[in-house]
Design a protein around this ligand. Structure first.
Ligand code: ATP
Length: 907
């Protein structure tokens, strides 16, 4: 997959060729390919992606389901029952084995599908020039000859030969193992240079650490250096989290204990009580199968997969699964302001020059709108001050505007889009007049120095530097200010600071713009050309309204006991005004990056608790803030977008990257990526995280008492020397039918109304808490009492043993259904109409179980297998009534326990 258009220099490596020759070799131009040509090349070269690791074959995945202790026990039991010629038992056991495997197979498939869907949503994007227009494209669509623009934090999407570079440094560890970023430039290097020394080349998979550049794509997909080395993406993600691993270990440990107890019971029954072996053996098998929570790990996996999918639907894409658990316990959300709490729909509303203020009209990004001064419309093209503003706004700018129908869109940074629209309003002809200036060099924006500078030349031999950036940063570079009609004057810092405060207090984001004329032979721009050499043109005030849904989400956080902290690069007064608008609580105190910088760790640790607004921060401060918050035992979610945010995102308990405005570096460091960059989606993810955790707790709280109750029935009967109230085959049946339906239904439970009214869960709260152990004991005891009670009731009435067993078994299933309705509401009560209404999934499961029970109770062929007798309607209703009493008893016990805990907590 090399050169599509061979040329005379073929054979010379690309890094040894000048940029023009590289472009020529690929039949490309600096303006990019046309769409038609790109399509032609795509059909020739295929998609720019590496093949994924091969998927496991379905047959193998199915067979894997048999590799499980429970299945071994069951198969062993089938062999023994067959040897004893108990063919019905053998058949039932084998059916259980098969159905178990099928359920496991389907569940695992669903979980994997959920993960695959997520992976597709994270397809990276690249900034490409096609038909002369910058556009963001799926990386897979790149073809050799495309021109790709890279900026800090971008992952290089294909192998590129640079044709333009500004202070570009690349982190090539993925390829060379070298972790220190290397300098890149366009000058050719020796043909024999090693990979790490080929400075004009950018290789796919490496990371832009700083600077900007453009390059022509020279290799895609498997032809890239990384493609040739690795061949395929070997990372196969599985649905695993610490909690699941913990539950897996618990289930394995429990299984071992149960099997030991089973063997001991077998020995006891056979040797001490001298019970008939065949019956005893089946009872022990029934007991083991009932007690072993075989479905639990699979159901928990499904619960997580369901959570991952729901979060994705709410625009939060989980990259690292443990994040689902952490999200549920988040107690502080540290959020960026621009684009997350605000709409990032920027509009210039004010311009401040040294003796005047302009009001700028217009809607959206349309480059048209009235400009007024002291309430009077201005003819902008005739106003020299406005012309200075417009030139700076248009030239010191990387964005472009496009019109689709009546609306204008920005390609690039929305703030720069707003500046482009401003320039268009001033010229009254859109950005066209500024195109006669060509950019010769630039210092890209960096959150550390907070300004951007460009050097431009026009055809008449003029050269000018333009700078825009945070006012403090730009003012520090200026010596003079432009005075309309009076040449340049010394800078009046007091005036400007007062104006900055005035605009910022209204919630405006304030930028300063400055200029400097330089001799035309100057072609390189250095920071030394700026320091103390600039003339301030004035201030630009932009508005960026808060997101309405963020306001609601902030309120939801307050009720849920989650603190929201705003960490912004913006000015303190702007940050405070926006914080007030979105309803942050503590707006009187703002800590700035400069103050934070000089604070000792101990002082910072105190300050982070009292402060909710952090302004003019740089990415390094974010890392200190996360650490300080964590020192209080808080679980911190932190948002970020830039390459330098990666350490803080990694350090946070839940690092959250912006999907639209975020760099690849930030996305890769984050556990969650927000598809819509919206604060409300973070809160939705936290809500879903809490729901998933609740559901995991519900699955466990339903499964363990149920299986314990079933198993205890057999144990008690054996010890007491009684006949079994439920036959072993019936226990196998009940276990199979309920675990596959009722147990699974809880994985799909929606968020409870009270979920976001609870304080955050402590970070290390054990899943198997004292309350759960008590619940297991209570429910097993009630199960035992009811099952034996119903059995003896029937016997006392003179019913047959088979009838009594059928009644006991059906009552047990009914109890399980009522137990399910009880477990569904851990934050509220189960005795409401809403709780009784359930969900379609719950009712589908209840219906399935009911039909299955009716079938084995009344259909003669099944009755023969399961040894059942048809129940009378009266007994059926009695069983349901017992279920209702059971539910009410559990609910009364829960409410009393909660009340006791509340009064104890209040004391
Ligand atoms: P947040 O951290 O909440 O997203 P932010 O976008 O304001 O806020 P930064 O991107 O660090 O944070 O920007 C800090 C300041 O730098 C801005 O307030 C603005 O004054 C200036 N600035 C931002 N982008 C540019 C740019 N492209 N060119 C010049 N100056 C910029």
């Amino acid at each position: 997959m090399q050169s599509p258009e061979p040329s005379a220099d073929h054979g010379v490596p690309l890094h040894a060729l000048p940029p023009e020759a590289a472009l020529e070799r690929f039949g490309a131009s600096a303006a990019g390919l046309s769409e038609a040509e790109a399509a032609r090349r795509r059909s020739l070269h295929g998609a720019n992606r590496l093949p994924g690791a091969p998927k496991q074959k379905p047959v193998l995945r199915f067979l894997k389901q048999f590799n499980n202790v429970l299945i071994y026990v069951l198969i062993g039991s089938a062999v023994v029952t067959a040897a004893l010629q108990h063919w019905v038992d053998t058949g039932v056991i084998l059916a259980v084995v098969l159905i178990n495997a099928v359920i496991g197979f389907v569940q695992e498939g669903r979980a994997e599908d959920a993960m695959a869907a997520i992976r597709d949503m994270l397809a990276p994007q690249a900034m490409v020039l096609r038909d002369g227009q910058r556009q963001s494209l799926d990386v897979a669509a790149l073809v050799p000859g495309d021109i790709v623009c890279v900026e800090p934090g971008a992952r290089v999407p294909a192998d590129l030969r640079l044709i333009e570079a500004h202070a570009l440094r690349l982190q090539e560890a993925a390829l060379t193992g070298e972790s220190v970023p290397v300098e890149k430039g366009i000058a050719p290097v020796g043909a024999g240079s090693a990979l790490g020394d080929r400075s004009p080349m950018l290789y796919s998979g490496t990371l832009v650490a700083a600077g900007t550049g453009r390059g022509v794509v020279v290799a895609t997909g498997l032809s890239t250096q990384i493609g040739q080395i690795s061949g395929m993406l070997s990372r196969v993600e599985t649905v695993r989290t610490p909690l699941l691993n913990q539950m897996d270990r618990f289930a394995r440990w429990l299984t071992a204990v149960i099997l030991l107890v089973a063997v001991a019971l077998l020995a006891y029954g056979a040797l001490v009580r001298q019970l008939p072996f065949a019956d005893l053996f089946m009872a022990i098998v029934g007991l083991s199968v009932a007690a072993i929570p075989e479905g639990l790990p699979a159901v928990l996996t499904i619960t997580l997969a369901v959570g991952v999918r729901t979060m994705a639907r709410r625009n939060a894409i989980v990259r690292q699964l443990p994040a689902i658990e952490t999200l549920g316990s988040v107690s502080v959300i540290c959020s960026d302001k621009t684009g997350t709490l605000t709409l990032n729909a920027m509009k210039v509303v004010n311009l401040v020059a040294c003796d005047r203020v302009y009001d700028i009209g217009g809607d959206g990004y349309a480059p048209e709108g009235a400009i007024r001064r002291e309430g009077i419309d201005i003819r902008a093209p005739e106003d020299p001050v406005l012309q200075d503003f417009a030139l700076a706004a248009a030239l010191c700018n990387d964005a472009s505007l496009h019109q689709h129908g009546p609306t204008w869109h920005v390609e690039g940074d929305p703030m720069e889009g707003a500046l482009m629209a401003l320039a268009g309003k001033i010229s009254e002809e859109g950005p066209a007049p500024y195109r006669r200036w060509g950019r010769t060099d630039a210092i890209p924006f960096d959150a550390a120095h907070r300004y951007m500078a460009t050097l431009h030349h026009d055809h008449e031999g003029h050269a000018a530097i333009h700078v825009k950036g945070a006012p403090e940063a730009v003012l520090a570079l200026c010596r003079t200010q432009g005075a309309p009609g009076a040449g340049d004057q010394p800078l009046d810092s007091a005036y400007w600071h007062e104006m900055i405060e005035t605009l910022a207090a209204e919630g405006q984001r304030v930028l300063a713009v400055a200029r400097r004329e330089v001799p035309p032979d100057r072609t390189v721009l250095n920071t030394s050309d700026l320091e103390g050499e600039l003339t301030l043109i004035g201030l630009v005030g932009l508005i960026d309204p808060p997101r309405p849904e963020a306001i609601a989400a902030v309120t939801e956080c307050r009720i849920a006991g989650i603190r929201v902290k705003m960490i912004t690069g913006d000015h303190a007064a702007t940050a405070r005004a926006i914080a007030r608008q979105i309803g942050l609580q503590n707006v009187d105190r703002v800590l700035t990056g400069a103050e934070l910088q000089v604070m000792e760790d101990a002082a910072l640790s105190r300050a982070v608790i009292e402060t909710d607004i952090f302004a003019r921060t740089s990415p390094a401060h974010k890392l200190r803030l996360v650490t300080a918050l964590q020192s209080h035992g808080l679980t911190v979610a932190m948002t970020g977008d830039g390459v330098n945010d990666a350490p803080a995102l990694k350090r946070a308990d839940a690092g959250i990257a912006m999907g639209q405005g975020g760099s690849e570096a930030a996305k890769e460091a984050a556990a969650v990526v927000l598809a819509d960059d919206n604060f409300a989606s973070i809160v939705a993810a936290v809500r879903e995280g809490r729901t998933v955790y609740d559901n995991i707790k519900k699955v466990i709280s339903w499964t363990l008492p149920t299986s314990t109750g079933e198993a205890m029935t057999v144990v008690v009967a054996l010890f007491a020397g009684m006949s079994l109230p439920i036959t072993p085959v019936q226990i196998l049946w009940v276990n199979l039918i309920t675990a596959g339906t009722l147990g699974l239904a809880l994985a799909f439970e929606p968020t409870e109304p009270g979920t976001m009214r609870q304080p955050p869960r402590p970070r290390r709260e054990p899943l198997l808490s004292g309350t759960l152990v008590w619940h297991i004991a209570l429910v097993s005891m009630l199960f035992l009492a009811v099952v034996f009670g119903m059995y003896f009731l029937a016997i006392a009435r003179g019913d047959s043993i088979a009838y009594a067993q059928t009644l006991a078994m059906n009552t047990m299933v009914i109890l399980e259904i009522f137990h399910l309705f009880f477990i569904r509401n851990i934050h509220g009560t189960s005795l409401t109409l809403r709780a009784a209404r359930g969900t379609p999934i719950i009712w589908a499961c209840v219906l399935t179980v009911t039909l299955a029970q009716v079938a084995i109770t009344y259909i003669p062929a099944l009755r023969a297998i399961f040894g059942t007798e048809p129940l009378s309607l009266g007994d059926g209703m009695l069983a349901v009534a017992v279920g209702v009493v059971f539910l009410v008893a559990l609910e009364v016990e829960k409410q009393m326990r909660l009340r006791w805990r509340r009064t104890r907590g209040g004391a």
